[in-house]
Design a protein around this ligand. Structure first.
Ligand code: GTP
Length: 335
């Protein structure tokens, strides 16, 4: 994006801006970057993703712009710094001021050394020499203190940066995690779905799984047993998950699994494996050792086709799940 000549760049910007206006794309730095690259036509994959997103969403949502910008336009080594930029600004400002103090001091020290060297030429008595030595000693002490202070500030900044990094990633993760099962929650799952949608080529499959008669288990054995069962099923599903999959607990006893680069036939086969695995479990409540009656799940499976939106994908999966429930439960239904 930065390698065109000024004339080429102006020309591309002249093409990009009307296009952005026509599509009602907000004039953010991300969008300018993306539409510039788009009109240059030199990153076909970016153009394909943009075209598909426009068809699916009717526009380019902000989160997609940001991801496209990061993936296609921002050099990898800048990605992290770019995201953390605003948070680190204050830290950088402080360090900048400390660096300037330290550098002034080094400059002064340098001057003092030069002056001492000059003065040494005219030394005539031991007293003069001693005075000069004391002055230099004082200056060295002061410089040492400032440098010491500076290196401590650097260490503190390093620690703060490490803490910030940890804190930020923890906060981001925490808001998207279900504390009961430690899987993604609905928000986390939607995040995964929205990130994968632009790249899907009729091969992003969604499996919606719902524990059958959870309210009956709650009523007959108590809510703690029901909750423990949710956790048990979560662990089981997680254990069986293939590599290119994301899982979340959407609510209650309902889970969603996204399989990228997985066509419907493969997704259905996997869903059937999950259903069968759950059906054959002997589940005992660990606190009272009571054996639960056979636990089953109903499953809806579907795949994102053509220009369908993520919402349409979810709706289709819900439809097939409902169909499975209405057809007697403990079964998979698919498109
Ligand atoms: N124990 C427990 N129950 C929950 C939790 N979250 C939701 N539930 C309950 O799970 C039940 C889910 O009920 P439904 O999905 O409507 O119906 P169901 O009894 O599972 O029946 P079907 O879905 O038709 O098979 C409700 O009674 C909720 O109150 C939870 O974290 N722990």
């Amino acid at each position: 994006m930065f390698q065109h000549s000024v004339t080429q760049a102006n020309e591309l910007m002249r093409l990009a801006i009307p296009l952005m206006e026509k599509l009602d794309i907000p004039p953010t730095p991300y969008n300018y970057g993306i539409w510039y690259e788009y009109t240059s036509n030199r990153t076909p994959k970016l153009n394909r993703v943009v075209d598909r997103t426009l068809r699916r969403f009717g526009s380019l949502p902000a989160f997609v712009s940001q991801e496209l910008f990061n993936e296609f336009l921002l050099p990898k080594e800048f990605q992290y710094a770019y995201q953390q930029g605003p948070v680190l600004k204050e830290l950088t400002d402080n360090l900048e001021s400390e660096t300037s103090t330290a550098s002034n001091e080094i400059h002064t020290f340098h001057e003092a050394l030069r002056n001492t060297k000059e003065a040494l030429k005219d030394i005539k008595t031991p007293d003069q020499l001693e005075k000069l030595t004391s002055q230099l000693e004082l200056r060295t002490l002061k410089t040492n203190q400032i440098i010491e202070h500076y290196s401590q500030s650097l260490l503190r900044a390093q620690e703060e940066i490490a803490k910030l990094r940890e804190g930020l990633s923890d906060a981001n993760k925490a808001s998207e995690i279900d504390p009961l099962t430690l899987l993604a929650n609905e928000k986390g799952f939607e995040h995964a779905l929205l990130s994968l949608t632009p790249y899907a080529e009729d091969d992003l499959s969604l499996i919606l799984i719902d524990i059958d008669d959870l309210s009956v288990i709650n009523n007959e054995y108590g809510k703690n047993v029901g909750t423990s069962l949710i956790r048990y099923i979560a662990k089981l599903l997680f254990r069986l998950l293939p590599e290119k999959a994301s899982i979340g607990r959407i609510n209650g006893g309902r889970f969603a699994i996204l399989l990228s680069e997985t066509e419907i036939a493969v997704a259905v086969k996997f869903a059937e494996l999950l259903r069968n695995e759950i059906e054959t479990q002997k589940i005992r409540y660990k606190n009272t050792k009571v054996l639960l009656p056979q636990v089953t799940v109903s499953i809806g499976v579907t795949t994102l086709i053509g220009d369908e939106s993520p919402n349409q994908l979810i709706k289709k999966a819900q439809h097939f799940l409902l169909y499975a429930k209405r057809s007697g439960k403990n079964q998979c239904c698919s498109s």
